[in-house]
Design a protein around this ligand. Structure first.
Ligand code: CTP
Ligand code: MG
Length: 230
């Protein structure tokens, strides 16, 4: 029997950098909320069996309404998230019972994830226990320390990470259990946690430049253009 595939959509952030008076995942881009678009991408992918949404605790009703009004059938759980992203992620993954399931963890703030990226992440998990989505860095990256340049990097080896990030459920659960002991300190993404504890070889799936994370007010105009281009 093939392994069950879950998507965990992380929508428990407050959107402080967006500073729009409510969590940014509820901003509408061309008539649809950011979180609604992100859920829809996984809803319509035939490889996804179930979707778990991790919601900002005060917004569970709002998400429930979006799920209902959009007719999403794969969303089985909407659970309140934690104080930091890694905690929200660990709460979402904690809802998965099967240790050998495949799980794709995705930022609700990346509504333009393509079907090709989702397909590639699911397939990569046939032969790997962890998969990262990333694109080649276009800017040169330097290391900085206290306002001073501390080191150069080789741009040809640098990549910018995106989501989804995919895992065998047992691997990401173990990673989160370790991170929890350290208060989830310093963890910005799930592959970073798996890497830190050396729990799997992490395959890289090619991301896309349109798979943006909507973070600042300036990102909204670009999001509108991407949405219109379909
Ligand atoms: N996220 C989450 N739980 C948290 C923090 C973040 O589920 N405690 C989610 C966000 O909702 C988002 C994704 O993780 O979909 C990436 O986080 P980010 O872009 O940083 O969103 P926010 O934390 O909401 O924004 P900011 O950092 O500007 O407050
Ligand atoms: Mg954040």
């Amino acid at each position: 029997m093939s392994r069950k595939v879950y998507a965990v959509i992380l929508a428990s952030g407050k959107g402080e950098r967006m500073n729009c008076g409510f969590p940014k995942q509820f901003i509408e881009i061309a008539g649809k909320t950011i979180v609604g678009r992100s859920i829809e991408a996984f809803e319509k992918n035939s490889g996804i069996d179930e979707i778990i949404v991790v919601s900002e605790p005060a917004c569970i009703e709002k998400i429930t309404e979006i799920v209902k009004n959009s007719g999403f059938k794969k969303v089985t759980k909407i659970v309140p998230g934690g104080a930091v992203r890694a905690e929200s992620s660990s709460i979402g993954v904690g809802e998965i019972a099967e240790d050998d399931a495949k799980v794709l963890i995705h930022d609700a703030a990346r509504p333009f994830v393509s079907q090709r990226i989702i397909d590639d992440c699911i397939s990569a998990l046939d032969s790997s226990d962890a998969v990262h989505t990333a694109i080649k860095a276009t800017d040169t990256i330097i290391e900085a320390d206290c306002g001073k340049m501390a080191a150069t990097t080789d741009r040809s080896r640098m990549m910018q990470v995106q989501t989804p990030q995919g895992f065998r459920a047992s691997v990401i659960k173990k990673a989160h259990a370790n991170a929890k002991k350290e208060g989830f300190a310093g963890a910005t993404d799930d592959c970073g946690i798996v890497f830190k504890y050396g729990l799997a070889d992490i395959r890289i799936v090619e991301g896309e430049r349109t798979n943006i994370k909507i973070t600042y007010p300036e990102d909204i105009a670009l999001a509108g253009i991407i949405a219109e281009k379909g």
